[in-house]
Design a protein around this ligand. Structure first.
Ligand SMILES: [Ca+2]
Ligand SMILES: [Ca+2]
Ligand SMILES: [Ca+2]
Length: 614
């Protein structure tokens, strides 16, 4: 693919009408994409997990040659709020000043570049331009003598409104068991797939009440990622993150209309979208004992076909402690959040959470073991102390019963960046969000100090980084973009507890900027949002729908230093360097897949920065 064709993007005007009935002003324009439609071929790549937390061996330059100088100015391609910190990464050329020009090519701001510095993850020599002083709304470019002008970017009061809608609408596009109608899906309308009303109980999940080969009904839910399977563990952190965004920013979301089938029904659309998956999760609990099946899956990954063309048999597989505790945590949180809208549902969710908790107490070390006839994602986890802690925190907050909190073990460990396998800090988020109603059993000072320690460390890392982002070479693992966004989420949580710590907000902003273009690949990693965005995502509907432009609103996994898909990809990565290990090809499930747990923190962070920054 030529570099030029990679710049093709979906018209934001089209995007705006597609995503929301009354979304934010789109602005901008776009060329009509002409990239050939990707051919829907079968790819049975043995993806171990679509979002594995892989500890990568950092790929670093082994030579003693000088760092490379990038060719482009890198900045957030979507835009900035007027009072946000605004940084651009500039190639390490001789120039010492920069200028920002408005849409009429008039210079509106000039400033000095920082000294050149090498960013270890990309092994590049770069300078930083700080144009935070520019606060006027408008469309601009940044220029430096000797290099190409930056992509145009905007400063706008509604900078992240449309991005937030897009990130949420991606969940609608990944709904199982529903036809996507043109009214809501535009050109991405499609037939329903995977009704899942006759799901087979796999022998690994068999019980006397539900023997092997019997069937259950478990409809709805979101497809996990680029594949069509559904996994409770990954659904747990994902659904929670959306609910947490709502719990913290309810007044923001209450005024939003996402143009989904449930718009206008009196329930906030974010809660409607989350409900689609919560209904599925509820059906994954065995009512006979409270245990929760680990996943609903076909035996192997399907080819790159549309949902309705995948008619393979579907199974529920093995109840596990991790799945059951994640379920307990999510249902406990959902119970308090849906209470104002549906008291009966709220009660049902809390009862389900308690039944799950009871099962997990009696089955506290049932780890997932992939049956030999099942080849799809594992989401295995042999440490469930963090799942126990998270469920304990949510049950405590919702019920007010102090006894639950003992299992949170507040004095142990430190705050860290959550991921599907490591969820204790999700409990910290809920405790922070509910800090005004916590009983004395919680040490609030300790809660704050833990979050402050994490946020201070990230902010220090950002302040010394050549790219102005708190990311080191070791952060470029499979799904690295979600690591960046989850870090940003934790920073906003810490900032909410102490809004004198403006560095936390700036550091969160830097991570969103990173995902949206201030990175070593020149891509904005969210489909449809930015000037240069992923075109060939590893996502079955986008691969099979006959439409050249991928479905918008999905964040891709991003640079992955270990390049775990090299053996399955006939195209080479552009570089072996960690922060450049990104390949915009459908075969690249290890850098260019999408996943619900990667999109969820984009929802949270885009809402938080929209609300918290003037
Ligand atoms: Ca609604
Ligand atoms: Ca765990
Ligand atoms: Ca497509």
């Amino acid at each position: 693919m030529s570099k030029k064709s990679a710049f093709q993007y979906l018209s934001l005007v089209t995007l705006s009408s597609l995503l929301a009935a009354c979304g934010g002003g789109g602005g901008g324009g776009g060329s009509t994409p002409t990239k050939p439609t990707s051919v829907a071929t079968s790819s049975s790549a043995a993806v171990v997990s679509s979002s594995a937390s892989v500890t990568s061996s950092a790929v670093t330059s082994s030579s003693s040659s000088a760092p490379s100088v990038p060719t482009m100015i890198k900045l957030n391609q979507v835009g900035y709020k007027p009072f946000a910190e605004k940084l651009a990464v500039v190639p390490g050329v001789a120039a010492t000043t920069f200028a920002v020009k408005d849409a009429n090519d008039a210079v509106v701001l000039t400033g000095n570049l920082s000294a050149a510095q090498t960013w270890a993850p990309s092994y590049e020599s770069v300078k930083l331009a700080d144009f935070s002083d520019l606060k006027e709304e408008g469309t601009y470019t940044l220029s430096v003598e000797g290099v190409q002008n930056s992509a145009s970017f905007k400063i706008a009061a509604d900078a992240y409104d449309l991005l937030n809608v897009g990130a949420i609408k991606a969940f609608y596009f990944n709904r199982a068991g529903i036809e996507l109608q043109e009214e809501y899906a535009g050109i991405y309308k499609r037939a329903a797939g995977h009704a899942d009303t006759n799901v087979i109980v796999h022998k690994s999940a068999a019980t006397p009440a539900r023997p092997e080969g019997s069937t259950i009904s478990a409809p709805r839910g979101w497809y996990d990622a680029g594949d069509y399977n559904l996994y409770i563990v990954n659904s747990g952190i994902t659904t929670y993150t959306l609910l947490a965004a709502y719990e913290k920013y309810a007044s923001y979301f209450n005024s939003r209309d996402f143009n989904i089938p449930e718009s206008g029904d009196g329930v906030p659309d974010l809660l409607d979208e989350a409900r689609w998956n919560l209904d599925w999760m509820l059906s994954m609990q065995d009512p006979n004992d409270g245990g929760v099946y680990h996943k609903l899956t076909s035996k192997e990954f399907s080819g790159f076909v549309m949902p309705n063309a995948d008619t393979s048999l579907r199974y529920v597989v093995q109840k596990t402690t991790a799945a059951t505790l994640d379920f307990a945590a999510v249902m406990a949180a959902a119970s308090r959040i849906y209470k104002p809208y549906d008291a009966n549902l709220s009660t049902r969710m809390l009862d389900a959470a308690k039944a799950a908790w009871t099962w997990a107490e009696a089955n506290d070390k049932v780890y997932y073991t992939q049956p030999t006839d099942i080849k799809t994602g594992e989401y295995g986890d042999s440490n469930v102390s963090d799942e126990l802690a998270w469920a304990a925190a949510e049950l405590y907050i919702t019920t007010g019963e102090n006894a639950y909190f003992a299992d949170f073990k507040q004095s142990a460990g430190s705050a860290d960046i959550p991921g599907w396998q490591n969820v204790k800090s999700l409990g910290l988020i809920s405790l922070a969000h509910n800090i005004d109603s916590l009983s004395a059993v919680v040490d609030k000072d300790l809660l704050k100090s833990r979050l402050n320690a994490l946020a201070t460390s990230a902010s220090t890392s950002k302040s010394t980084s050549a790219y102005g982002v708190p990311l080191a070479t070791g952060d470029f693992y499979w799904g690295s973009n979600s690591g960046a966004l989850n870090k940003a989420m934790m920073l906003t949580v810490a900032y909410e507890l102490d809004n004198t710590k403006t560095a936390y907000l700036k550091t969160a902003q830097s991570l969103l900027d990173y995902v949206l273009g201030r990175n070593a690949t020149d891509f904005s990693f969210v489909t449809g949002f930015g000037v240069r965005t992923p075109q060939n995502i590893h996502h079955r509907p986008s691969g099979a729908d006959g439409i050249s432009v991928p479905i918008p609103g999905f964040v891709v996994g991003g640079p992955n230093a270990s390049q775990d898909d090299k053996k399955d990809c006939n195209k080479p990565y552009p570089s072996t360097i960690a922060a450049k290990s990104y390949l915009d090809a459908q075969c690249s499930y290890a850098s260019n897949e999408i996943a619900i747990n990667w999109n969820a923190p984009l929802v949270y962070v885009s809402a938080a920065l929209q609300v918290l920054t003037e």
